[in-house]
Design a binder for this molecule. Structure first.
Ligand SMILES: *[C@@H]1O[C@H](CO)[C@@H](O)[C@H](O)[C@H]1NC(C)=O
Ligand SMILES: *[C@@H]1O[C@H](CO)[C@@H](O)[C@H](O)[C@H]1NC(C)=O
Ligand SMILES: *[C@@H]1O[C@H](CO)[C@@H](O)[C@H](O)[C@H]1NC(C)=O
Ligand SMILES: *[C@@H]1O[C@H](CO)[C@@H](O)[C@H](O)[C@H]1NC(C)=O
Ligand SMILES: *[C@@H]1O[C@H](CO)[C@@H](O)[C@H](O)[C@H]1NC(C)=O
Ligand SMILES: *[C@@H]1O[C@H](CO)[C@@H](O)[C@H](O)[C@H]1NC(C)=O
Ligand SMILES: *[C@@H]1O[C@H](CO)[C@@H](O)[C@H](O)[C@H]1NC(C)=O
Ligand SMILES: *[C@@H]1O[C@H](CO)[C@@H](O)[C@H](O)[C@H]1NC(C)=O
Ligand SMILES: *[C@@H]1O[C@H](CO)[C@@H](O)[C@H](O)[C@H]1NC(C)=O
Ligand SMILES: *[C@@H]1O[C@H](CO)[C@@H](O)[C@H](O)[C@H]1NC(C)=O
Ligand SMILES: *[C@@H]1O[C@H](CO)[C@@H](O)[C@H](O)[C@H]1NC(C)=O
Ligand SMILES: *[C@@H]1O[C@H](CO)[C@@H](O)[C@H](O)[C@H]1NC(C)=O
Length: 800
């Protein structure tokens, strides 16, 4: 989830046009025979609405006028008395909270759009105490909204008939009011704030949990993501008083330790079916021994804690378990035999532990399994046993990062007994798989995610690949696949979103007029062989967000229509081909974040870019002419570009004085061009600049004093120009002590070396050769700089 949020911030702002205006229209009162709503309750609802200041998608449009309030969106009345008994105002766009398993590929506009839809469906503002006038309210769901960081109102504790209260991820903050302990009829209390908390910031906390004792009828308690650290020595005794409890969810609650001893006898051992204590950094096995008595547990999540040693044998009594999650602990035993006796198990994750030994043939007894994740236990070795083939209900298998050392054909053979019928996702990346694919691949008709990168799979892709009609994610990068992919390999693939076959000696040969039946979001064919013609089929892909066809043997002009498919693209990499011709203006490509056209044969003037582009690499082409228009275009619009690499081109003329438009630059490389003239003062406005390379041009004049503003510089290379003057002492005074390369070689500098250079304590390369400098080297340089840990001898590098 973290990475999704991150990518949202990275690309979010540029996808505003994708806003999905939610059109929610759901009513829970249709077709009932109620008597109409009660006036006082109608007023209460209207006051409630008035308290809300945020409803951008107008979810409460139906709330108003003279109409029957029982017909308003989210309002449920008793059919006979007409009293409002339920308020169901949950945010309907909760897809945002689902996990995206395909995380590395999900940094996409799709997710941003989902998030935007979620955000636009929020209600926000204040909760009006008028709710207290709904005397018969038993059900209140405000989850997924955003109440602006207000405290959870204490008065909610006075809605005395409430049986269901759901405020999960509703944007509250502060302390959970103890008044909630007055809700003696409450059966469901959901204050899950997992998605609005992070490891560093929890928005909700408690002083204690003693108030829970008032909730004797509670069946479902979820406080995940709430900071319970102040209750860490009594959360267990307190929840233990809840003798009807069926579901207890305390994930991410900062319950590092359980202190008080001895452990109480558990009262809810016969009722509790669901327990989630994940992500709490528990290490104390006493907790585990308590859990072992919960013999009716069906769901147990102990993932993301710090349990170590063997998987505790006490768990073997929990034979009713359907869901067992021990992800991300430090368990280092072998997979215990008794686990293979859990015949009800549908979900098993032992991902990211230190498990040892082999996967035994006993695993074939877990015939109810639907999801199995053993990935990233790098000491688990040996092949998938044949008995695995009996697990006919499997829908998801993750065996990435395990040393399987097995042939692909054998794996397909085991899976094709019956697993192939239901399997939806298969992750076997980095699992030391060799051998070749066989035609059995075509049996996996329901497969939507196939992840097999970083293995040694060789040979051609079978044409039966084209039968995988459910495929959305196909990731087979970094293998030894060869042969040719052609239209037949994609014949019935209509839903493909992500295709990554990069780093394989694989050829893709399709006819020039091929129109794929899919629309990709992510395409990576880096270092494949695409043939010398530009792949025209790319022009049929209108939703590409990521394109990498670098180093793929293309030696062609780019047809103009290609540039029109970039409306959602945030990364475009065409580097290391032999493409040629001019590049048109790309000022409309507002989503573009990374643009790499380096090491081709592109020519003409530099194309104008949209100011959002962050990384630009045009190096090693034959772009020519002045860069004045490129730099000074839209002077008032400051560029967000952080990296600009233009080296090894034929760019010429003077640098214009427009650098103030590029305040975000961190890396600027103009080396090996034909620039001339003096360095403009506006270079001094580049306050973020860490690397400035201007080598091998025809710059003349002195180094402008303004450069002393660039105090973040760590690399300055002006070698091979015609710069004159003395070496200014401010270089030692103003440049950061983190500076590592200062290269002034082959210019016309004269005079003494200023002693101040001694302050550049991290300098690794100081190259002053081939100038008119004289005098002796300051001692500090002789001693510390020239004989440093660089391999360059002092004599060569520091000739004065
Ligand atoms: C009211 O009646 C309708 C059908 O007439 C029924 O579907 C609904 O569940 C009833 N609502 C309540 C709260 O009893
Ligand atoms: C509370 O609402 C969330 C959605 O916002 C839902 O996932 C959760 O199951 C609800 N909790 C209960 C106890 O029904
Ligand atoms: C509600 O709870 C608070 C604090 O726990 C308590 O002081 C108050 O008397 C209770 N109110 C009612 C009406 O029970
Ligand atoms: C949780 O609460 C404790 C005690 O109030 C506090 O020290 C800690 O910083 C909080 N942690 C987070 C992540 O908010
Ligand atoms: C178990 O519940 C009973 C009544 O429900 C209560 O008297 C007893 O104190 C509880 N035990 C513990 C350890 O909380
Ligand atoms: C497993 O971890 C425990 C405790 O961290 C350690 O004492 C033990 O030697 C480890 N066992 C193996 C087989 O690595
Ligand atoms: C498992 O349960 C049996 C009784 O059902 C009990 O005798 C045994 O001690 C339990 N084992 C563990 C490891 O808790
Ligand atoms: C698997 O099931 C077979 C037959 O039902 C049984 O004999 C065997 O002991 C079981 N193996 C494990 C490890 O539970
Ligand atoms: C594609 O699907 C059609 C209809 O389902 C089927 O007739 C055809 O054989 C399939 N082709 C391939 C290559 O799988
Ligand atoms: C593919 O690689 C195999 C060795 O892994 C080799 O024998 C075969 O000739 C290669 N085929 C092609 C078409 O390059
Ligand atoms: C420049 O690009 C060509 C291909 O156009 C490539 O062969 C060469 O290695 C590149 N040079 C550098 C220094 O990157
Ligand atoms: C140097 O930086 C200051 C702000 O720290 C700025 O006001 C000034 O214009 C800069 N000088 C030049 C020459 O860019």
């Amino acid at each position: 989830m973290k990475s999704i949020t991150k990518s949202f911030f990275t690309v979010g702002l540029v996808f505003l046009e994708l806003l999905v205006v939610a059109d929610i229209n759901f009513s829970f009162c249709n077709g009932s025979s109620h008597v109409g709503c009660v006036q006082s309750e109608r007023k209460a609802l209207l006051s409630f609405k008035q308290g809300l200041s945020y409803d951008p998608s107008n979810r409460l449009a139906s709330w108003g006028g003279d109409g029957d309030c029982c017909r308003w969106a989210g309002v449920v009345c008793d059919n006979f008395t007409g009293h409002v008994i339920q308020l169901r105002l949950r945010n309907p766009h909760l897809e945002y909270f689902t996990d995206y398993e395909e995380e590395p590929y999900a940094s996409s506009a799709t997710i941003v759009a989902v998030y935007e839809a979620y955000e636009r469906s929020m209600l926000g503002g204040k909760i009006n105490p008028s709710l207290l006038d709904l005397k018969h309210l038993i059900y209140l769901d405000l989850s997924g909204n955003h109440f602006d960081g207000h405290d959870i109102p204490e008065f909610l504790g006075s809605i005395e008939n409430l049986r269901y209260l759901n405020l999960s991820n509703a944007g509250f903050s502060g302390m959970i009011p103890q008044q909630l302990g007055n809700l003696s009829s409450l059966q469901n209390l959901d204050l899950n704030f997992e998605f609005q908390s992070s490891n560093d910031i929890t928005v909700l906390h408690v002083e204690n949990l003693f108030w829970l004792s008032g909730l004797s009828l509670l069946e479902h308690l979820d406080l995940s993501g709430v900071n319970l650290s102040k209750a860490s020595d009594h959360w267990l005794p307190m929840t233990n008083t809840l003798s009807s409890l069926k579901v207890l969810q305390l994930s991410k609650c900062k319950l590092d330790q359980y202190h008080s001893l001895p452990l109480p006898m558990v009262n809810f051992s016969s009722s509790l079916t669901t327990l989630d204590l994940s992500d709490n950094r528990f290490s104390n096995h006493l907790i585990l021994s308590w859990i072992c008595d919960l013999s009716h547990l069906v769901f147990l999540n102990l993932g993301r804690n710090r349990f170590r040693g063997s998987i505790p044998v006490g768990l073997q009594n929990l034979t009713s378990l359907k869901h067992l999650d021990l992800t991300m602990n430090y368990f280092n035993s072998s997979i215990p035999k008794w686990l293979y006796g859990f015949s009800h198990l549908e979900y098993l994750s032992l991902r990211q532990n230190y498990l040892q030994g082999r996967i035994s043939s006993g695993i074939g007894n877990l015939t109810s399994l639907e999801r199995l994740d053993l990935s990233f236990n790098d000491q688990l070795v040996g092949s998938i046993p044949r008995s695995f083939g009996r697990l006919c209900n499997l829908r998801s298998i993750s065996l990435s990062g395990i040393e399987l050392s097995q042939e692909m054909c054998e794996i397909l053979d085991i899976f094709s007994r019956c697993i192939s019928n239901n399997l939806e996702s298969l992750y076997i990346g980095g699992s030391q798989i060799s051998g070749q694919f066989t035609d059995q691949l075509g049996k996996f008709k329901n497969l939507h995610t196939f992840y097999a990168s970083e293995n040694s799979i060789s040979g051609p892709m079978p044409s039966s690949l084209g039968e995988l009609s459910s495929l959305k994610f196909l990731i087979i990068s970094s293998n030894k696949l060869n042969g040719t992919l052609s239209e037949i390999h994609f014949a019935n693939i209509t839903r493909l979103l992500v295709f990554d076959a990069s780093e394989n000696p694989l050829a893709l040969t399709v006819s020039l007029d091929w129109i794929p039946r899919f629309q990709l979001a992510y395409l990576n064919l880096r270092s494949c062989n695409l043939g010398y013609r530009f792949p025209l089929w790319l022009q049929t892909q209108k939703f590409l967000e990521y394109i990498d066809i670098s180093n793929s043997g293309i030696s062609d002009n780019i047809p103009n229509p290609f540039w029109n498919i970039l409306s959602r693209t945030y990364q475009l990499n065409l580097s290391c081909n032999n493409m040629y011709g001019p590049i048109p203006e790309l000022t409309n490509a507002s989503t573009l974040f990374v643009l790499d056209l380096s090491s081709n044969n592109f020519s003409g003037p530099l194309p104008l870019l949209h100011s959002n582009v962050s990384t630009v690499n045009f190096s090693n082409n034959t772009f020519s002419g002045s860069i004045s228009q490129f730099l000074c275009y839209k002077t008032r619009e400051s560029k967000k570009t952080e990296v600009l690499k233009l080296r090894f081109n034929s760019l010429a003329e003077e640098l214009p004085d427009c650098w103030m438009n590029w305040p975000s630059l961190i890396i600027l490389d103009l080396g090996n061009n034909k620039f001339t003239g003096s360095l403009p003062t506006s270079i001094g406005t580049l306050m973020m600049l860490e690397s400035l390379r201007l080598r091998k041009n025809h710059f003349f004049g002195t180094i402008p004093v303004a450069l002393n503003n660039c105090t973040e510089l760590r690399v300055l290379d002006v070698s091979g120009n015609e710069l004159v003057g003395i070496i200014p002492s401010w270089m030692g005074e103003r440049f950061s002590s983190r500076m590592i390369i200062l290269n002034l070689r082959s210019n016309k500098f004269h005079g003494f070396l200023p002693l101040e250079l001694c302050r550049l304590a991290s300098l690794q390369i100081l190259d002053l050769a081939d100038n008119n400098l004289f005098g002796v080297l300051p001692r500090c340089i002789k001693k510390h700089k020239c004989h440093g840990d660089n391999n360059i001898s002092c004599e060569q590098r520091c000739m004065v």
